[in-house]
Ligand binder design. Sequence first.
Ligand SMILES: Nc1nc2c(c(=O)[nH]1)N[C@H]1C(S)=C(S)[C@@H](COP(=O)(O)OP(=O)(O)OC[C@H]3O[C@@H](n4cnc5c(=O)[nH]c(N)nc54)[C@H](O)[C@@H]3O)O[C@H]1N2
Ligand SMILES: Nc1nc2c(c(=O)[nH]1)N[C@H]1C(S)=C(S)[C@@H](COP(=O)(O)OP(=O)(O)OC[C@H]3O[C@@H](n4cnc5c(=O)[nH]c(N)nc54)[C@H](O)[C@@H]3O)O[C@H]1N2
Ligand code: SF4
Ligand SMILES: [Mo]
Length: 692
Amino acid sequence: MTLHTHHRTCNICEAMCGLVIAHDGRDVISVKPDPDDPLSRGHICPKAVALQDFRTDPDRITAPLLKVNGEFRAIGWDEALDLAAERLRAVQAAHGTDAVGVYLGNPNAHKFGNLLNLPGLVKALGTSNRYSSATADQIPHHVASIHMLGHPMLMPIPDIDRTDFMVIVGGNPLVSNGSMMTAPGFGRRIDELKARGGRVVVIDPRRTETAERAGEHLFIRPETDAFLLLAMIRQVFEDDAVTLRHLAPLVDGVEALREAVRPFTPELAASRTGISAEAIVALARDLAQADRAVVYSRMGASTQSFGSLCLWATYALNILTGNFDREGGAMFTTPALDYVGMTSRKGKTRSYPEKRSRVSGQPLYNGEFPVSVMAEEMETPGPGQIRALVTVAGNPVLTAPNGRRIERALEGLDFIMSIDIHVNDTTRHADLILPGTVALEESVYDMVFHGFAVRNTAAYARPIFDPPNGNPQEWEVIARLTARLTGANRIGPSPEEMLAGLLAAGPHADKVTVERLLEAGGAVDLGPLVPNLAERLETPDGRLHVAPQVFLDDLPRLLAFRPSDAPFIMIGRRQVRSHNSWTQNSTRLVKGRNRCTVQINPADAARLGVSDDAPVRVRSRAGSVTMPAEITDAMAPGVVSIPQGWGQRHGRLSAATQNATVSINDLTDDARIDPVSGNAAFNGVPVEIAPV
Ligand SMILES: Nc1nc2c(c(=O)[nH]1)N[C@H]1C(S)=C(S)[C@@H](COP(=O)(O)OP(=O)(O)OC[C@H]3O[C@@H](n4cnc5c(=O)[nH]c(N)nc54)[C@H](O)[C@@H]3O)O[C@H]1N2
Ligand SMILES: Nc1nc2c(c(=O)[nH]1)N[C@H]1C(S)=C(S)[C@@H](COP(=O)(O)OP(=O)(O)OC[C@H]3O[C@@H](n4cnc5c(=O)[nH]c(N)nc54)[C@H](O)[C@@H]3O)O[C@H]1N2
Ligand code: SF4
Ligand SMILES: [Mo]
């Protein structure tokens, strides 16, 4: 047996950990962290070891499956691709191009072959009914970037390795390994920050793993973060502590911002957030006085009713305190494959939102509608109604708000086709499933997350194994389907050829080529983030906008906010040993106790007469579930937390967990959105709880 050593980036989550994989050409022998990786520095999590399980998963789809009389049966590739193109075109011929909807799931963001080929497929379909996990997850970030910086993907990234003071609002990077902030080994990064004499303060209705490690935590009532952030901005003005530094010549709107935040006194914020006015003032002062500081907001701040206001206020705080585009603050990457540069909007005036949805008029940004409107767009008759759906690596029945409604809507469609590795709660409704390929069968270059990383690096690796059954790689499935739709007689260049061209056009073309990355084995270091906003800024007028009207217009809605009188407010959480809805088939990840519990504060549990591990019924406007309670003082009183990603109801995907789990999205409500972005408010759901 010959042992081979293979370096590659793990592409399950955004952290991009460097792996060293030993294999014999047939099987993986070991998966170890790469201590020399300049970004992950020897960090991995348990999911990396499971990469081999996704390949050998006995429940994986390994041939195209066609549903005949309610049962899936394997068919050949040519038949499958012809049929897919024929059926999709037939629906469009009968009902118009928008009658085909497209949903692109989260794994696509991590698969560069898909990222390079999906735009062609979407263009061939020509539909405006487009959705993705990104429109479940992060529209407020894009909306803030569009209106303030001019480009949806130009993201301010916390320079955690050089900051002295970090405020984390609604993110749990110790578990998630960071999002819109690729920062593998976050725990070590917190420890190093503290060892430099710095501080990390976590704002969260749950005392999270990150809060424990940081050592400083403030409980906040769900969905009230905008009050806190705007009161902090007000305090910075009040203290005359605004310092724009090198950005002063670029910034517009400071006076408008000062006016806009006037009503947000520390006292008002205290009454809404549950954090004392003194603590709010102190937090603002500590932030303004720290030499290098940064505020970072994620899921808890963005997937809630005031998500856009939270992200705007987060950017604004970093700008006003002189921490934008500056070492130790919020900075901008210079990735070797520069997606922002490739899709530059400099000098182009556009109006936003680009469009509004047909049924409820929700905004469209970046060419994709919020997933919160997907069900109504399938259910509501009329021109433009979705009558057929294409999903690629997605599972909206478990991951979109009010997933049961999506499931019912799927049952009414004329045709569904999916590219996936599993029959899951969504693809089981498909008429046709084309098998995708998994990480170790594909080459890997991270097109998206280098753009969000706390350090500039680049890495590329080729596949280790061939796909099963002589199947094509997933990018090729997408390309071949596209060719069937357009009538082209050949497919375009391979992802590797495209990558070579894109790297050659990027800012590190002298150092980073496909050959050099292959030679290097692991990741190549391109250094820490550097101040570059003056060149990166993409607004049509070349200015940095700190008070765009779209956010100011939403402030009356915030001021009108009153705490819900529901007995409990539900929020979500992530867990180290699962990734969204699809890693639950790896026994090594799911074994052990049932982690799908509703966490509840001891005083609340006592009041309800609920004991630890006892089943409770959780009910919302959208639905109800029964699950075990987990009593913990990590929860703020009146708030309960349910993990996302569970509730697999079909096939071995559910059996493998050995436990009856529930989907949080049976409870979330597609009517609860942030109207500025249309993003679902997954957090802050009013619920009732009763023992069963
Ligand atoms: N309540 C609540 N809901 C949430 C969230 C939350 O925090 N709370 N989080 C939201 C967020 S941030 C996200 S990103 C979304 C995720 O939402 P989705 O993208 O819809 O869900 P995933 O679980 O990532 O599903 C991915 C699907 O891809 C398939 N898959 C995995 N790997 C591959 C592959 O290599 N190729 C192919 N073709 N298929 C593959 C899996 O079988 C799975 O069916 O969920 C959102 N939903
Ligand atoms: N292990 C693991 N890692 C993952 C994933 C996974 O499923 N598993 N998913 C990946 C994906 S797709 C994403 S998008 C990222 C997400 O990365 P994160 O945003 O870091 O992930 P979450 O754990 O959802 O963190 C959200 C936090 O917000 C808190 N919260 C809820 N509501 C509120 C509120 O109103 N205000 C405040 N201040 N906080 C609130 C929750 O208690 C929780 O701690 O993680 C990625 N990494
Ligand atoms: S943290 Fe993310 S990238 Fe790193 S090993 Fe785990 S799943 Fe892979
Ligand atoms: Mo996500």
